[in-house]
Ligand binder design. Structure first.
Ligand code: PLP
Length: 431
């Protein structure tokens, strides 16, 4: 064993036993890690090609102010995103404040009063409940006369094709498909499965807009949902595609008309994509996108490592230690609030920023129970950085994600294990 490394871990509060337990688990993962690296290599080339094809230049990093007319950097970045994710057009803006905003924008701009929105994959992400009006909220789609239907996944996680067929009506205008599990105890959808679902829906009504909430899924596979038939994908730049460098922002990529509608809603009818000063932020968007495949790979390795560690200790993990990955989120159900809290404290204590603070559960806007969050991030709330959160309700599941580098993700996970062990929350005698 590498004594220098062990000593350094010890200085960070990770005991030799915890380190050795992690090292033994890591040794079993070399094939998984090689497969993750192979996807990252492919995606790195994809991003590079998109940047070269659209002639990204130093001029693209210049700041514009005011209206931001003819912003070369903004226009080029949107072409790069469209090329990379295989869409006709893209809207990639710092004025899109977060993932929820991007999704709300995509929905509100492509739906009109009298239209119906369908989710064929069960309940959408918590914050979208208020966007849609599932939980009554000011300004929701429901207030504007857009109705909503939902078809849950079957108990085995498969699509309820029969139910979906019955739910697609002449009113159905847009279908929203969430790729990642979010806070739901279901499996994340692979791009291939999303493709099957879209083909089924288009078989019933070819004109229905199929939107994919792509949060946490970018660069996890070689293909993205637009390549599997989606009309529009939506996500946040403080998750995978921002590569940890984008300090804010969201994107919508897809069919020209869908993106255009979103642009007219984001700015104003008549103005659309033509305005929106970039204020000098674009270099971080470009550079973050460039790094995103490798950053995502590091986060994925962390997720696989955590799954294997906690599975070995007898906890419920989704996905399990061996199954294929379609997003960077790892869920661990502790069935014990103390373990959930200890885990989050471990992640916080391992952070480069705010490592000395103790996370506490709080009533976060948009969520229906108290949530504990651990994040010592360079960008506030960034969840491509090592972070963990979980609602304080059964099954006391933590949703863990991110890590700008694999080594940091690994340290964070070992630190969680250390915290659980110190509080006798792991089975005795295993570590
Ligand atoms: C993070 C996330 C969102 C919302 O993004 P925010 O940036 O937190 O507003 C929506 N859907 C899914 C699946 C997400 O993971």
């Amino acid at each position: 064993m590498n004594q220098l490394l062990i000593q350094q871990y010890r200085q960070l509060g990770i005991s030799e036993e915890v380190y050795a337990f992690g090292a033994a688990v890591e040794e079993t993962l070399s094939e998984r890690f090689a497969a993750i690296d192979a996807v990252a290599e492919y995606n790195q080339l994809k991003v590079l090609q998109a940047m070269q094809e659209h002639r990204v230049s130093a001029e693209c990093f210049s700041a514009t102010s005011g209206y931001g007319y003819n912003d070369l950097g903004r226009e080029t970045l949107e072409k790069v995103y469209a090329a990379c994710f295989k869409g006709e057009d893209a809207l990639v803006r710092p004025q899109i404040t977060c993932g929820t905003h991007a999704l709300a924008l995509a929905l509100m701009s492509n739906l009109r009063p009298g239209d119906e929105l369908l989710s064929p994959v069960g309940k959408p992400y918590d914050t979208l409940e208020e966007v849609i009006g599932i939980r009554p909220s000011k300004g929701s789609l429901a207030e504007y006369g857009v109705t909503y239907r939902q078809v849950d996944l079957l108990p085995d996680g498969e699509f309820d094709y029969e139910g979906i067929r019955n739910a697609v009506t002449p009113k159905t205008k847009l279908v929203t498909i969430q790729r990642s599990k979010g806070y739901a105890p279901r499996r994340t959808l692979s791009v291939a499965r999303i493709g099957e679902l879209i083909a089924f829906i288009k078989g019933i009504r070819p004109d229905v807009i199929c939107m994919v909430d792509n949060c946490y899924g970018e660069f996890v596979e070689e293909r993205e949902p637009l390549e599997a038939g989606a009309d529009m994908i939506v996500g946040s730049l403080i998750k995978n595609p921002g590569g940890g460098l984008a300090p804010v922002g969201g994107y919508i990529v897809g069919k020209k008309e869908c993106v255009e509608n979103a642009a007219y809603r984001l700015t104003s009818p008549g103005l659309g994509k033509e305005v929106g000063a970039s204020l000098g932020i674009l270099q971080s968007f470009y550079q973050g996108l460039f790094l995103a495949p490798v950053v995502t790979a590091g986060a994925l390795k962390g997720a696989v490592f955590a799954a294997n560690i906690y599975e070995k200790l007898g906890f419920d993990v989704i996905p399990d230690g061996s199954e294929s990955r379609h997003d960077i989120i790892q869920a661990i159900s502790f069935h014990n609030p103390d373990a959930l809290i200890a885990f989050c404290e471990g992640i916080q204590a391992a952070a480069p920023v705010d490592s000395y603070v103790t996370p506490e559960p709080w009533a976060m806007p948009g969520y229906d129970s108290d949530v504990i969050m651990a994040a010592g991030a360079f960008v506030q709330g960034s969840s491509i950085e090592l972070s963990a959160d979980g609602p304080l309700k059964p099954p006391y599941a933590v949703y863990f994600q991110g890590g700008l580098t694999w080594y940091h993700a690994k340290t964070g996970i070992l630190k969680t294990l250390q915290k659980l062990k110190e509080r006798n929350l792991v089975p005795p005698g295993v570590i």
